[in-house]
Design a protein around this ligand. Structure first.
Ligand code: ADP
Ligand code: MG
Length: 723
C-alpha cells in the first residue's frame, strides 16, 4: 500500500483550473443571494424587510417571508439548484446540512415548492448531534431558524447545486445548540455597549460592529499517501512517524515558491471562494514543509465566521479534486510546526471609524485609548475563559509547545504603545492648542505605528496596529467559540466602564477627566497581562507565575473556567447563555476530548498490532536467522557483536512497544469505567494520553531501524515532500 501510494502521488497529473482573470469581477458573489440579487429578485417591500431585519435583528413577518422565499427560490432555480438546505454549525465544530428537494410530487408530477415555513424554520432530526444533556431523547427535536444577516448561497458539488440558508440551531425549549445563536447575541450586546461608550466622543455613532479577519493555516498531503495512513484518516494526525532527515530546519519553505500542483489548488480555492463571496486575498507557504496559509479580507464577524466554516468545507471538496487531502488538525506531524488560525478582531462604527485605530487628534486618541484599554482589561479579566474557548485535545499539542503561543494568556502591544500607556499612567499631559485643554501626549500615533512593525510571534493576543490578533486559536476550530467569548468579555467590560465613568460624572467630574481616571485604574488593574518578551522562554513561565497568570497546558483543566465566576459574569448575567447552556458546552467539550483521545488510543493500539509489530518481528527473525547461520558457519561472538546488538536493540523496542501499548489499553479500559465526565476526561488526559509518547518512541525507533521494504506506513519524508 505504501509504495503504491507513493507511485500514485508521483504520477498524479496536475489538475487544470480556469485562469481567465477577466471574469473575476463577475465571479465575486455570483453564488450568493446578496444585495444585488435580492434587489433583483425580491419586491421592494421584501427587500426592505430583509435589510431592516439585518439592521434591527427583529423577526420578519410570515407573509413577507413567503415573498422572500419565492424570490430566493426563483434565483436558486435559475442558478441550477435542485434542492435547499438549512446550513448550521452544531457543537461538533463542523457544519451541518439537511437537504430537501425544491420539488414535490403531486398527481404524479413534480412541482416546485419552497414555502415561507421552509425558509424561516426547519426541524432537522438532529438527535445525534451533541447537546450536552440539553435535549432529552423524548423531545429530541432541534430547530433551525434563518439568520438573515448572513446571505443564502449556492453550494456547488459534483453531485449538484444546493441553496444553503445560514441558520441558527436551537433545542425544542430554545436553548442554543450551535455557535451562531450565541455569537449573534454577543454582537447585539457589544453593539449596545460600544455605541454608548462611543457616544462620549461622537453622538452620531448609532452602531458598532466587530470585524474579523481569519488567517487559516493548513497542510496539504497527497490523497493516496493520506489513504495509506489509517491514523491520519481516523484522527487527522499522525500518531507515529520518525522525524525526517530534513524537516523545517533549512527554513526553505516559508514564503518559498509554491509548487504548481499546490498553486492550482489554491487558485481553485480562491475562485470557488469568490463565487461564495469569500474575499480570499493572501496565500503563501508556511514554516513547515507542506504547510500553507490563506487569509480573506476582514468582514463583519458573523459573516467572517460563516465564511471560514465554508472555506474549510471548500478545502475538503477541492482537495479531492486536486488529489490532495487538506489537513486542518492543529498538529498533524510531531517535530514540525502545527497550524493555527489567527483571529484579527476589531470594532468598527457605522460612521466608518475603526475604534482600535489610533486617531489623528486628541479626541480620537482618547477614544482609541478607551477601547484599547478596555479590551486589555477584558482580556485580563477573562483570560482563563478565553483559554478555555480555544481548548481542544488537538490544540493542546500547540499551546506551550514552543511554536505557537504558550498556554499563558498575555497581550503584546509593542514598544510605542507601551510607552504611551506608561505616559498615560504617569499623567504626562501636554496642552492642546486647538482646544486649550490639557491632553495626553499621543499626537502622532498613526505615523509612529505605521513604522512600528515589531511583531511578536510568541504572544497569544497581539495588538497589530489597528486590531487585536488572537493567535492561540487552533486551525480546526469554529471561530465562533473564541469570538463569542471575546465579544462577551469586551461588551461586559464596556458596560462596566460606562457605569464607572457615569458615576464620576454624577459627582461633578468632567467627562474627559472621568474617562482618564477610570482608564488609569483599569490599566493598573490589568497591566500584569501585558508582556513584550519571548513567550516561549522558561523565564516567562516563571515570571507569569509570579504575576499570578494561569498556565494551564491541558484542555481538561482549562475548561473549569466555564463554571467559574467570570464566565457567569460575561455569559450568564448578560443573557448570552443560561447556566444550563454553559454547562452543556462544558460537558460537550469534555466529551469531545475523551472521544478524541480514545480514538487516538485505539488507532495506536491497532497500528502497533497490525502494522508495526508484524514488520518488526519479521525483520527480527531475519536478523536472528542470519546470526545463527553465521555462528553455525564458524563466526566468532566478537565478529557478530554488532549484529547481535542490533537484534537486541530491535527486540527491546519490539517488546517495550507491546507492553507499553498493552498498559495504555488497560488504562483506557479503566477510564471507560468512570462515569463522571470530568474524572473520565482527567483519566484520559493523565493516564491514557501520557503513555502515547512512550509507545511512539519505541515505534519510531523501529521505523528507523528496520528494513524499509517491510515498513507499511508512509514515512514523514514521503508524506511531507512527495507531491
Ligand atoms: P499578518 O501580517 O498578520 O498576516 P495582514 O495584514 O495580512 O496581517 O492581516 C491579517 C488579517 O487581518 C487579514 O484577514 C486582514 O483582513 C485582517 N484585518 C486587517 N484589518 C482588520 C480590522 N480592522 N479588523 C479585523 N481584521 C482586520
Ligand atoms: Mg497574523
Amino acid at each position: 500500500m505504501r509504495f503504491q501510494a507513493i507511485q500514485t502521488a508521483q504520477s498524479r497529473k496536475i489538475c487544470k483550473v480556469k485562469t481567465d482573470i477577466s471574469d473575476i469581477p463577475a465571479l465575486f458573489g455570483s453564488n450568493v443571494f446578496g444585495h444585488d440579487a435580492m434587489k433583483e429578485y425580491l419586491g421592494k417591500e421584501a427587500f426592505k424587510a430583509v435589510n431592516e431585519a439585518v439592521k434591527t435583528g427583529l423577526p420578519i413577518q410570515r407573509d413577507v417571508a413567503q415573498k422572500i422565499a419565492d424570490g430566493m427560490k426563483q434565483w436558486a432555480l435559475e442558478k441550477g439548484a435542485t434542492s435547499f438546505s438549512h446550513w448550521f454549525q452544531p457543537l461538533t465544530g463542523l457544519t451541518a446540512e439537511k437537504h430537501d428537494s425544491f420539488y414535490e410530487v403531486w398527481d404524479g408530477k413534480a412541482i416546485e415548492k419552497f414555502s415561507a415555513g421552509s425558509l424561516v424554520q426547519q426541524e432537522p432530526d438532529a438527535s445525534s448531534l451533541p447537546s450536552g444533556g440539553l435535549r432529552n431523547t423524548f423531545e429530541a427535536r432541534g430547530y433551525t431558524a434563518w439568520d438573515p444577516s448572513s446571505p443564502a448561497f449556492i453550494m456547488e458539488k459534483a453531485s449538484g447545486k444546493t441553496l444553503c440558508i445560514p441558520t441558527i440551531f436551537v433545542s425544542y425549549h430554545g436553548e442554543a445548540l450551535d455557535y451562531k445563536a450565541p455569537l449573534l447575541k454577543t454582537m447585539a450586546l457589544l453593539n449596545k455597549a460600544a455605541t454608548q461608550v462611543c457616544n462620549y466622543f461622537d453622538k452620531n455613532v448609532k452602531h458598532v460592529g466587530a470585524s474579523l479577519g481569519i488567517e487559516q493555516e493548513y497542510f496539504l498531503v497527497d490523497k493516496a499517501i493520506y489513504d495509506a495512513r489509517p491514523d491520519l484518516i481516523m484522527t487527522g494526525r499522525t500518531v507515529f512517524g520518525h522525524a525526517p532527515a530534513r524537516g523545517q530546519q533549512m527554513d526553505d519553505h516559508y514564503f518559498g515558491a509554491i509548487p504548481s500542483r499546490v498553486f492550482n489548488f489554491m487558485y481553485d480555492l480562491e475562485l470557488e471562494s469568490m463565487k461564495l463571496g469569500i474575499p480570499l486575498r493572501t496565500r503563501h507557504n508556511e514554516v513547515a514543509p507542506g504547510q500553507y496559509e490563506c487569509a480573506p479580507m476582514f468582514e463583519e464577524i458573523n459573516l467572517a465566521v460563516d465564511h471560514n466554516q465554508l472555506l474549510m468545507d471548500l478545502m475538503e471538496e477541492l482537495g479531492r479534486k486536486h488529489g490532495f487531502k487538506a489537513l486542518l488538525h492543529e498538529k498533524p506531524f510531531a517535530g514540525i510546526n502545527g497550524s493555527g488560525k489567527h483571529n484579527n478582531w476589531s470594532l468598527i462604527t457605522d460612521t466608518g471609524v475603526n475604534l482600535l485605530s489610533p486617531g489623528s487628534n486628541p479626541n480620537a486618541n482618547l477614544q482609541f485609548l478607551t477601547f484599547f484599554i478596555n479590551t486589555i482589561k477584558a482580556f485580563h479579566d477573562s483570560a482563563p475563559v478565553l483559554r478555555a474557548s480555544i481548548a481542544s485535545a488537538s490544540n493542546d499539542h500547540r499551546l506551550g509547545a514552543n511554536e505557537a503561543p504558550p498556554a499563558i494568556m498575555s497581550a503584546f502591544i509593542g514598544s510605542t504603545l507601551t510607552k504611551v500607556l506608561n505616559d498615560f499612567k504617569s499623567n504626562k499631559k501636554i496642552s492642546d492648542k486647538s482646544t486649550d485643554n490639557e491632553v495626553i501626549n499621543i499626537h502622532n500615533l498613526p505615523e509612529i505605528l505605521k513604522d512600528n512593525t515589531d511583531r511578536n510571534r510568541t504572544s497569544p493576543f497581539a495588538f497589530t496596529g489597528n486590531k487585536f490578533e488572537f493567535r492561540a486559536v487552533g486551525s480546526s476550530e469554529n471561530c465562533g467559540r473564541p469570538m463569542i467569548t471575546l465579544n462577551a468579555a469586551v461588551a461586559c467590560q464596556l458596560i462596566q466602564f460606562k457605569k464607572d465613568v457615569d458615576a464620576l460624572v454624577a459627582k461633578k467630574k468632567k467627562t474627559e477627566d472621568a474617562i482618564h481616571e477610570v482608564l488609569k485604574g483599569y490599566l493598573k488593574a490589568s497591566e500584569k497581562v501585558l508582556f513584550e518578551g519571548n513567550g516561549y522562554s522558561e523565564e516567562w513561565a516563571v515570571e507569569a507565575e509570579k504575576r499570578g497568570l494561569q498556565n494551564i497546558k491541558n484542555s481538561v483543566d482549562s475548561l473549569d473556567s466555564y463554571l467559574g465566576k467570570n464566565a457567569d459574569e460575561i455569559f450568564v448575567k448578560t443573557g448570552i447563555f443560561t447556566k444550563e447552556e454553559l454547562h452543556a458546552r462544558y460537558e460537550i467539550k469534555l466529551e469531545d476530548y475523551i472521544k478524541k483521545i480514545q480514538i487516538e488510543g485505539r488507532i495506536m493500539d491497532e497500528l502497533v498490532y497490525t502494522h508495526i509489530l508484524p514488520a518488526a518481528l519479521q525483520y527480527q527473525k531475519r536478523l536472528a536467522d542470519t546470526i545463527n547461520s553465521m555462528i553455525s558457519s564458524g563466526s566468532t561472538k566478537t565478529s557478530i557483536k554488532g549484529l547481535a546488538d542490533l537484534l537486541n536493540e530491535i527486540a527491546g523496542h519490539t517488546n517495550n512497544l507491546k507492553t507499553s501499548t498493552d498498559n495504555m489499553v488497560d488504562e483506557r479500559k479503566a477510564a471507560n469505567n468512570i462515569s463522571d465526565t470530568k474524572q473520565k476526561a482527567q483519566a484520559y488526559c493523565n493516564k491514557v494520553k501520557v503513555s502515547f509518547d512512550l509507545i511512539r518512541r519505541h515505534a519510531d525507533k523501529l521505523e528507523h531501524l528496520i528494513d524499509d521494504d517491510l515498513w507499511k506506513l508512509p514515512k514523514y519524508r514521503e508524506i511531507l515532500f512527495v507531491r
